[in-house]
Design a protein around this ligand. Structure first.
Ligand code: AMP
Length: 216
């Protein structure tokens, strides 16, 4: 089962892709996460990517495609995978099609104001990457990760100015992918307004319907 989670930054792709990944035992591949690891390790790739990421820009296609190609070639992807944050441009989608097959695309949708509120309130654990929200998913102790005790911080690209730029870029570069996959007849919209549990159930139903339709 090869799935893409599509949608603007901040809509909750990562959170929900992770839930589906655990439930179905297939890896979630987040190019954003891989790039953040490279930044942490201070590799040349990380240093280059950081200049684009901190200001809310997109990392050049060639770099992201190379990262993706390496990741998808690993053993754990053989039974399927969930893509979170890739592809983000039509060029990436076309290249993806040359590399592997996609069965199903879930397009997460919500009003603009909901997205802004979700993303600018987000807090990330420096150590394990767990995600919290200043209003909606508060840690038990302020500024500290419930799971590993790591420090919670606001990512540079989740500050208001960068978020506006990322949303603009989404409209221009990523939104065309909705039509791209609609034309292939494999895209389904899911409204993600509401609580995490409720949304997760909605997404779960879509995935189960898809699995039934595939006969797997
Ligand atoms: P994410 O964690 O998916 O929100 O990604 C964080 C940042 O990483 C994005 O704002 C981009 O700068 C960069 N990035 C992640 N995935 C891609 C991609 N597929 N194409 C270009 N840039 C990406």
């Amino acid at each position: 089962m090869n799935i893409i989670f599509l949608g603007p930054p901040g809509i909750g792709k990562g959170t929900h892709a992770e839930i589906v990944s655990k439930k179905h035992g297939i890896p979630r591949i987040s190019t954003g996460e891989i790039l953040r690891e490279e930044i942490k390790k201070r590799t040349d790739l990380g240093k280059e990517a950081k200049t684009y990421m901190d200001t809310g820009g997109l990392v050049p296609d060639e770099l992201v495609i190379d990262i993706f190609r390496e990741r998808i070639g690993r053993e754990d992807c053989r039974k399927g995978f969930i893509l979170d944050g890739f592809p983000r441009t039509v060029t990436q989608a076309e290249e993806l099609e040359r590399i592997t097959h996609i069965d199903f695309v879930l397009n997460l949708v919500a009003p603009h104001r909901v997205i802004i509120e979700r993303i600018t309130g987000r807090l990330t654990c420096r150590k394990c990457g767990a995600i919290y929200h200043a209003k909606n998913i508060r840690p038990k102790s302020e500024g500290v990760c419930d799971t590993c005790g790591g420090e919670l911080y606001q990512r540079e690209d989740q500050k208001e100015e960068a978020v506006e730029k990322r949303l603009e870029l989404y409209e221009k570069r990523t939104k065309p992918l909705i039509e791209y996959y609609q034309r292939k007849g494999i895209l389904k919209d899911v409204n993600v307004e509401g609580g995490k549990g409720e949304v997760s159930e909605r997404i779960g139903r879509e995935i189960n319907d898809f699995i039934k339709s595939m006969g797997i």
